[in-house]
Design a protein around this ligand. Structure first.
Ligand code: GRF
Length: 207
């Protein structure tokens, strides 16, 4: 591994978490560098954020690939070609199959906007997560960064941060608070932690 771990960020939407990662480079994130952003949505504003930061982008859509199988292959090939060490899922709205998660075992992390094991798993994405937390009546929610395996939101937890639910919260208000108070802080910290561990491990084996 070179001096820094090579990071790819996979996105589908607005990319505020990608922006937090970009802004953290050189301060919170010192052991890794974002070298590629892949979107499965050609319209994602996250692509503009990446381009503005001078980061290479790629659009890979399931429709363009023809099948889920071909989509998985195209993603693996693009990531291998760019010699990616760490894959960060930051609002990537496609569930990755076992061939992908096995290929990059312990090299994929995801941010989920709740405290796993609450309000997670298949079907819990975007505002649905916050709607479920409010419907249940929990008083605390938060965000979780975890390794990704073949079980949706089922991989080992890396970091969590709690966020209070306040009277009168709507899903939208809560989503924003979870992002500001947890996601945008936690994801760069967790990315740095995993990159540092990768560099340490590489140094050990090079000795
Ligand atoms: C975030 O809430 C994240 O937790 C979830 O998807 C959303 C992505 O938002 N996985 P953004 O594209 O980073 O703004």
């Amino acid at each position: 591994m070179a001096e820094k771990a090579r990071i790819a960020v996979l996105v589908s939407g607005g990319g505020t978490n990608l922006q937090a990662l970009i802004d953290a480079q050189g301060n919170v994130i010192t052991s890794g560098e974002i070298v590629l952003v892949i979107s499965n949505n050609p319209e994602a504003y996250a692509l503009t954020r990446a381009a503005n930061a001078g980061i290479a982008t790629k659009v890979i859509t399931r429709r363009g690939c023809g099948s889920k199988e071909a989509f998985t292959t195209a993603l693996i090939e693009a990531l291998d070609e760019a010699r990616i060490d760490l894959i960060v899922l930051a609002g990537f709205m496609s569930i990755l199959d076992k061939r992908f998660t096995d290929h990059f075992a312990k090299r994929i992390i995801n941010i989920h906007p709740a405290l796993i094991p609450s309000f997670c798993g298949e079907g819990f994405y975007g505002l649905k997560v916050h709607e479920a937390a409010l419907a249940y009546g929990v008083k605390v929610t938060g965000a979780t960064v975890h390794f990704v395996n073949e079980i949706p939101d089922g991989g080992e937890i890396i970091a969590q941060k709690a966020v209070d639910i306040l009277p009168g919260d709507t899903p939208e208000v809560l989503q924003r608070r979870v992002m500001e108070e947890a996601e945008w802080i936690l994801l760069p910290q967790a990315a740095e932690k995993v990159c540092r561990a990768m560099l340490d491990e590489r140094r050990q084996t090079e000795r």
